[in-house]
Design a protein around this ligand. Structure first.
Ligand SMILES: [Ca+2]
Length: 155
């Protein structure tokens, strides 16, 4: 009797493990830069995507942290001097996007469901539409200049 119970527990444990592995998001942000429209598009997955976008010497770099990869890499860059257009959707999860030393127009950026954070540091940003999605979202600015038209779904 006790041997049978032991086998049942093992089988149930395996089943749960397999389901968890199949549902786990990879925590990757797909980033593309289209030079003709000067647009950086970022698409997150269901994980808690955490990334920084920063600029130096004509190079814009996206850096993942807390397990987030950018196009499967720890960081990803493209050449661009001056402002960029930023679009995208970070999807589900508690996403965190930090914007540092970069000038940008944001025609449309969705942070998706979850408790998301958008932080700007030493940046110049014109936001047309920033949609926080469901959840309790946080908007932080440090030493930045910005103009905002639509800030949606923020407390
Ligand atoms: Ca996400």
């Amino acid at each position: 009797m006790s041997r049978l119970q032991s086998q049942s527990i093992v089988v149930a444990g395996l089943f749960i493990t397999l389901l968890t592995a199949a549902a786990a998001p990879t925590n990757n942000v797909t980033a593309t830069y289209t030079a003709s429209t000067n647009t950086l598009n970022i698409v997150g997955d269901a994980a808690n995507n955490t990334l920084t976008i920063t600029s130096q010497n004509g190079v814009v770099t996206l850096i993942g942290s807390n397990g987030t990869k950018i196009n499967g890499l720890a960081s990803w860059s493209f050449n661009r001097n001056g402002f960029i257009n930023l679009t995208g959707n970070l999807g589900d999860g508690n996403d965190s996007l930090a914007f540092s030393n970069t000038s940008a127009n944001i025609p449309m950026l969705q942070l998706g469901a979850g408790n998301d954070t958008f932080t700007m540091t030493n940046s110049k940003i014109a936001i047309i539409t920033l949609d926080g999605g469901t959840g309790t979202d946080t908007f932080v600015t440090k030493g930045s200049a910005m103009s905002i038209q639509n800030l949606l779904s923020f407390p």
